[in-house]
Design a protein around this ligand. Structure first.
Ligand SMILES: [Zn+2]
Ligand SMILES: [Zn+2]
Ligand SMILES: [Zn+2]
Ligand SMILES: [Zn+2]
Ligand SMILES: [Zn+2]
Ligand SMILES: [Zn+2]
Length: 461
């Protein structure tokens, strides 16, 4: 058995010298905030609440805030400027016992500005502000900009659910202004990813498995840029009828018209009709004789007359060509979910036979690589749709072809050979293939990134 040196290798972004991304929980974020607050507390000597408001005002940029602080004539002036201490307080006579808001008699209280109200009015006001998700809440009296301290907010709210919402608002406002933090977009996942190497359209991976774009928050979409992805998704949305056709699981055999159902992600198909047995590609219906050698990733424009009708037909055909492949890989990705269970069973079986846990890890790894490649392939078709032909685009299409061919081969190994191959051969085959596919994927993405740096890509629209 060969060595399993890559089994323990954690996926790493650090080969370029940057530390890896960190995944932060809600509590981690709160303690990061607290740490920043106590750092400035040493200088400002104010309460936690005051320092939280100051940092919020300066978008949690400590250095910038401290520079402003040192420029200020004194602490009081600095706090007045930040609306944390009132410029002047309203005159309050002992006789005032009526709430200015609801005009009822009762115990009144308020902030240092002496704008007083009853507890019920404060509570109603704050509940409204929490609904509006405000992280800086001003005094209730209009034109009074004095900010409420967190402790005051909590005291008046006096309700644990509302206080929890307020804490969420505070943490959220911290994440929102922090250029290295991004919330995971998955529902019910309250984690944020901290990025040490912010760059456009970079792929982030949360501990819940969600992969998303650093810039636009959509699912990871390398190599296409966020702005073209937006255009692409809009176009796809406007075109759901085509989607239904492409997304169908059953098509007719192009040779004998027998219906053929697609059960797995692999796009190599063979007609079940024993008198036909036609081997073809699910994407283009073209013949697929020797497994692996088929390619159909390039759109070939037919010669047309110059009428505008012809032009719009060609442009539709072109769009459908790319859309078909984009949606096709998405569909495969969906169908390959089933592979995870099959692989799980296979791993148990192999461990019962002769292999150790470590030795069978090549299987889940292969499934992971397969879905990564499907993902990348999807977006290469959106990328190619906007791409104008030039020398670099031809290299791109070559890379895309290699990646697609080898991905289909890996998919074929996992779908068809899992049960018919002896374990040692299966392992060697699958491992060699996924390593190769991974290389192809990296080569394609590197080429796209380099092209971007050197401005070689020309896009339509
Ligand atoms: Zn009142
Ligand atoms: Zn006030
Ligand atoms: Zn997540
Ligand atoms: Zn994006
Ligand atoms: Zn057939
Ligand atoms: Zn094809």
């Amino acid at each position: 058995m060969d060595s399993d040196e890559d089994v323990y290798m954690v996926e790493s972004d650090s080969d370029d010298g940057y530390p890896e991304d960190e995944i932060l929980s809600f509590e981690d974020l709160e303690s990061e905030m607290k740490a920043s607050i106590s750092e400035i507390q040493d200088v400002i000597e104010g309460s936690t609440d005051i320092c939280r408001l100051l940092l919020q005002k300066y978008k949690w940029n400590k250095d910038f805030m401290l520079d402003r602080f040192y420029e200020s004539p004194d602490t009081l002036a600095f706090l007045i400027d930040a609306n944390i201490v009132p410029k002047q307080s309203a005159v309050f006579s002992k006789g005032d016992v009526e709430c200015q808001i609801c005009c009822m008699d009762g115990d009144l209280s308020g902030l240092a500005c002496n704008h007083l109200a009853c507890d019920d009015c404060w509570k109603a006001y704050l509940t409204e502000k929490i609904k509006e998700k405000q992280s800086e809440i001003e005094c209730m009296t209009s034109n009074c900009k004095l900010l409420m301290k967190d402790e005051q907010v909590k005291k008046y709210l006096a309700d644990s659910a509302a206080i929890a919402s307020f804490r969420k608002i505070l943490v959220n406002s911290y994440v929102k202004v922090n250029s290295s933090l991004r919330w995971c977009p998955a529902e019910n996942c309250e984690k944020a990813v901290k990025v040490h190497q912010p760059s456009e359209s970079r792929l982030l991976i949360c501990s819940c498995g969600t992969r998303f774009c650093f810039t636009c928050g959509n699912e990871g979409h390398e190599p296409i840029d966020c702005c073209y992805l937006k255009l692409w998704l809009k176009r796809c949305m406007d075109d759901s009828e085509t989607f239904n056709w492409i997304n169908a699981n059953t098509k007719d055999c192009p040779k004998c018209s027998a219906p053929i159902e697609k059960n797995g992600g692999c796009n190599y198909m063979r007609c079940e009709n024993t008198r036909c047995r036609y081997e073809f590609c699910w994407m283009c219906f073209g013949s697929w004789k020797n497994e692996g050698a088929h390619s159909c990733n390039t759109f070939k424009e037919k010669k047309t007359e110059n009428s505008s009708r012809d032009k719009s037909r060609v442009s539709l055909e072109r769009y459908l060509f790319y859309y078909n492949r984009y949606a096709g890989h998405r569909k495969s990705l969906e169908l390959e979910e089933k592979l995870k269970e099959r692989v799980e069973l296979k791993m148990n079986e192999m461990q019962k036979q002769s292999m150790t846990w470590v030795e069978v890890q090549f299987l889940p790894k292969a499934v992971e690589v397969l879905s990564e490649c499907r993902h990348t392939l999807m977006f290469t078709y959106a990328f190619a749709f906007y791409l104008k032909k030039n020398n670099s685009s031809i290299i791109f299409e070559e890379n895309q072809k290699d990646l697609e061919q080898s991905t289909e081969q890996l998919s074929g190994f996992l779908e068809r050979d899992l049960d018919n191959e002896d374990l040692v051969t299966l392992k060697v085959k699958v491992q060699d293939k996924y390593r190769y596919v991974e290389q192809r994927r990296k080569a394609l993405l590197d080429h796209c990134a380099e092209g971007k740096e050197q401005n070689v890509w020309v896009f339509n629209e």
